[in-house]
Design a protein around this ligand. Sequence first.
Ligand code: PNW
Length: 485
Amino acid sequence: MFNRLSRRHFARIAGWSALGLSTISAESAQADSRRSLPSGFPRNFLWGTATSAYQIEGAVNEDGRGPSIWDRFAHTDGKIGDHSTADVANDHYHRYKEDVQLIKALGAKAYRFSIAWPRVFPEGTGSPNPKGLDFYDRLLDELLANGIEPFATLYHWDLPQALQDRFGGWMSRDTSKAFADYAGYVAAHLSDRVKKIFTINECHRLVYSGYGAGIDAPGLSLPPQELNQVMHHVALGHGLAAQAVRAHGRTGTRVGPAENLVVCIPAIETPANIRATEIATRELNAGYLTVILEGKYTDGFLAYAGKNAPKYTAEDLKVISSPIDFVGLNIYLPHHYVVAADNKSGFSLLPFPSTFPHMESDWLKIGPEAMYWAPRQVAKLWNVKSIYITENGASASDQPAADGNIYDLDRIMYLRNYLTQLQRATSEGVPVRGYFLWSLMDNFEWTDGFEKRFGLYRVDFKTQRRTPKLSASFYREVIERNKVV
Ligand code: PNW
């Protein structure tokens, strides 16, 4: 009954029937129950989609929101490929009800979104802006009314500009402290409805692209010691925020990071290479998951950094490694293929051939095994008992066909292969509890503006019309049958 209703509902709101797929699920589900194929996910596996505030909300000047570093950056000439900004983006601030229906139509039971710090504290610290928090109140109510479990990220890169101006952003531990105050405030006010909270999205990228390479906001290129100090303050911010969420959240509130692990894969699956890959994973994530989960910087990292190592206290390390309830992993690509080596580190990273395949974004190399090895290593290295894949997805050209539909077979190919590897992991007992597909809908893809599309729904940014791509049908099948299809 529910299935039939939701299917009809989907057809109505999202033009599903145009793809002629509205009856496939029931038939194939029946066939499966007869055959009982072995490619299923665990019972209760949580299927979701993900977005972030700055990439979809728009309404940047509404209801007292303060400016963020991304507003400033996007409005600076030459920073965004297509010269766009996210002033309007998906206009989700006004269309969130419609967007919740898009999630529901997929049959997804979870949604990962981020809270815009400058909506809640326009100046970064000081007086909260009640109207800013009200938006998330409304969103949470809407999600719960539709049977969708909310997962909130506290920081997806939209730092209040005021903190950049006052402290140099994450160059100062004042920002780490301000982040904890904001985290505690959000937990106190929203944890009656949102029980799963991620602290920082991708410490690694925000440090290197924002403060090292200067390609993301705030666009700085710091020398190595200062960069390592930023890295340390970000990790500290995570730890302080985890403590604040625990201190101010209701009983049952759970907290953890959402990190883009540097993913290392054994080039060939031999025991020696697998061991070498574990060593590489630990070392190459030294400033992020390793210090968060071990409470120390590795000897390898400290030797490599030398006089450029961050300055820190023993107390800092304790805070950074405060207890967490789960680890979120954003998995997109293989960063390194690894072999065992007779050298000091015990591993060597192989160069990529120029013909290695990638999706539409040049950086998005296709290595489905990343989805198997990353959670397996995190579980093994640090004895993590609960993992969420907080992002996975791909950009594709998404040109509408002659009949107007978007047959994004390349995205489906990517997803099918990554999910097959995820299923390999869960079938071996790797404790992955859920998966959030990036992204629910096309959105502002940072420095690529609107030129790169990651959505299951196509968004026409002139009319704000959302249209399901073929990958939306694919994902709905996966969710309904709880298996790779
Ligand atoms: C993610 N990597 O960034 C972000 O969290 C999203 O906001 C973004 O839209 C999405 O990916 C697509 O780009 C990533 O190199 C940054 O491993 C770096 C990597 C992966 C994802």
